[in-house]
Structures are given as structure tokens and as C-alpha cells.
Design a protein around this ligand. Sequence first.
Ligand code: ZN
Ligand code: ZN
Length: 191
Amino acid sequence: MANQEKLCGNKDCDRWVQIGTGSHTINRTQTDYCSFYCRLYTEQGLSKVAVPDTLGRNNMRFPPIERWCDACGKTIELIWNDHRSNRCFCDRTCHFKMRSDKSVRRPELRYQMLRLMRDHPQEVWNIHEISDLLDKSLNRYRVNWRILSQVLRVLKSEKDSPIEQIEQGVYRLKAEAYRGPLLRFVSRNGS
Ligand SMILES: [Zn+2]
Ligand SMILES: [Zn+2]
């Protein structure tokens, strides 16, 4: 697939689709859109809105879209530009909670896997599809399916697990994982 050549699936957006990169914030979850913002904008049937400038002229702008912080649950806004089109934490402290968690092994990989499964339109995942996409989207380390299968095996066996196994090597997120902060499935400290 020639990722570099593909334009964002949002008809009002002229950015390229490049998982693992991004001119504003890194796109780690979308293969048909430049950002999570553009997926939500398209699926919610949104349009640009007229915003008057200081001279009273109307400029057409992308509206903010509300989501929640994946650590504390507070409402946050996704914004098409301004470094916030793939935002998932309210501030640096909440972002750091995900990386620094010591209650599970590989907290960041756990989080990024759950985030991909939740924010990408696909609902049922083969473990190889997850590991290929994560490997492309994460820049700081390599991911292969063996590492991922360890993470999945542990996660699946936990109480209140967000993951459901459909058949050998095939998984989906449970419905409750689509709402509320994902970090509750990453940290075992109850934070
Ligand atoms: Zn876009
Ligand atoms: Zn927060």
C-alpha cells in the first residue's frame, strides 16, 4: 500500500495519510485519515464553521470536537490544527501517567494497542494486523506479534479485561472500552 500517496478521507482536508508521522501531531491510529480528528469529523457528518476575524470577515474553520482524557476522563478538545488532532490526554501529567506506570509490564505498548483498537474503524483484529500497524505507528521501539501476544495473554486474563478473544489470534475490544479513559485498563493501581 502506497501510504505516502493517499489523501485524507476527510473531504475538507488536504493532508496525507501517514501512520507514524504527521505534520501536527503523530497519527498513531488511522489508515484512511490523516488524524483521529478527521475520522470523527467525517463520521459525525460535521462541516466547517464560519468564524469572524478581527475585521468581521468570516473564515471557514474546522470546529473543535469533544473527547475525554484517557487518564483522568476530563473533557478535552480535538482541534484540526494546533497540535491537537490526535490528542488523548489533557496535560503532560496525565500523559506521563501512561508512560510511567509501574503496575504492569509494557504499559505504553498496552495503551497504544488498546488505543489503536478503539480509535481505528476496524472492530475485529488479527494479532498480526495489530502488530504490523503498531510497528509502523510507534517510533521509539519495534513491535512484533510475539511481544504483542504476551501482552494480550496477560490482559485477557485480568479481571475486567477490555479484550475479548473471538478465535485463536483474533480479538476485539469489549463495548465498555469504547467509553471513558483507557488508562483504567492499563494501570492496576486503580489510578
Ligand atoms: Zn485529515
Ligand atoms: Zn487528564
